[in-house]
Design a protein around this ligand. Structure first.
Ligand code: C5P
Length: 216
């Protein structure tokens, strides 16, 4: 196993930005695992299917192509909502698991952000962060991002989405959103992006020293 960095946390906590910056710092590839679930959800909808149809979601996951993770559609509000609905299905999670595990284990290292990376995908990752912020701070960030992408939504709509998504992601039976016992919590509510990254970098550097010492 390389130096795997697991960055978990709720929607719009800043984990994606932190993951990308950590990847650039170490020269490691970065996987935004939420894109996998977003692409599955949008594929079901694109085929005229129903998000309540577990078999359709599983088939969509099985036939997922890398090109389906790209483009603006998977970044929309609708994709986030669809993602959290297909993410409750165990067969969908199982299909996506091996790809994420292989990515996490690659040498010399990798960064993955998601909800269950430190708990299920890479429980032995030497560096684990759990990035949070208040629902209001996260809603404000996500609202600005979506408006910047040209979507017409209100802050109140996005705050409601965030609450719904947090509840669904935390309550699901398979791989719920929860901090791994050995993850370091990072609350970015009052932080700028630079401050949040700096704090994350220091946490990961400390983990890296411990990992190198243990390797001998
Ligand atoms: O991180 P992002 O907001 O793109 O994730 C979209 C949804 O995908 C989450 O709300 C969650 O339901 C699901 N997800 C997951 N496990 C992951 C990443 C995302 O269940 N590792």
């Amino acid at each position: 196993m390389g130096f795997a960095i697991a960055v978990d946390g709720p929607a719009a906590s800043g984990k994606g930005t932190i993951a990308v910056k950590l990847g650039a710092l170490y020269g490691y590839p970065v996987l935004d695992s939420g894109l996998l679930y977003r692409a599955v959800g949008m594929k079901v909808l694109g085929q005229g299917g129903d998000l309540a149809d577990e078999a359709a979601a599983t088939a969509a996951a099985r036939s997922l192509e890398p090109s389906e993770l790209e483009g603006p559609v998977v970044r929309t509000r609708a994709a986030g909502e669809a993602a959290s609905r297909v993410a409750i299905y165990t067969p969908v999670r199982r299909v996506l698991r091996d790809f994420q595990r292989d990515f996490a284990l690659q040498e010399p290292g990798a960064v993955i952000d998601g909800r269950d990376i430190g708990t299920v995908i890479a429980p032995d990752a030497p560096a684990k962060l759990y990035v949070t912020a208040t629902p209001e701070a996260r809603a404000m960030r996500r609202w600005k991002q979506l408006v910047g992408q040209g979507e017409t939504v209100t802050y109140e709509d996005i705050l409601a989405d965030i609450h719904t998504r947090d509840a669904r992601d935390s309550a699901r039976a398979d791989s719920p959103m929860v901090a791994a016992p050995d993850a370091v919590l990072l609350d970015t509510t009052e932080m700028t992006i630079d401050a949040a990254f700096d704090a994350a970098r220091r946490i990961v550097e400390a983990a890296r020293s411990r990992w190198e010492t243990a390797k001998g």
